[in-house]
Ligand binder design. Sequence first.
Ligand code: SME
Length: 154
Amino acid sequence: MGKNSKFDLLLDHVIGIINNSQNKYKKLKSVCEFLKNNVDHYDWVGFYFVSDTKKGELVLGPFAGESTEHVKIKFGDGICGQAAEMKDTFVVQDVSKEANYLSCSPKVKSEIVVPIFKNGEIIGELDIDSHQIGPFTEKDKVFLEKICELVAEM
Ligand code: SME
């Protein structure tokens, strides 16, 4: 198996979910559950959506994993809010070293946040927490950015 095979197979399955006939919320929830259940280092997977661009606020959408108190996050706050301001994927391999971090659970050790763009504007994010330190590679980034491009077109 080539090095990309695992993520290629996962991406095919995600495309299948996105193309099924359920409503958008259910499809996104299924994507979260699929990712959490099929990638060892993904322990919490969720979407945040920009509720009001002028207000600069993210609101939690479908997710898989423990419930979180961080249902609304202002741009600039935490890893999610910083990714929204930077308009770029933000990987934190060790959250204990990130001062601007909103903790959901002491079990979380690292996080990746990938923005979702539509017509050049950020409309949301895919947020993944891991219980491992330093698990994310360039392959996770490429894989998750592809998923976000597909979600933007839904
Ligand atoms: N840790 C995030 C908050 C959201 S939770 O991970 C679900 C942050 O620092 O923005």
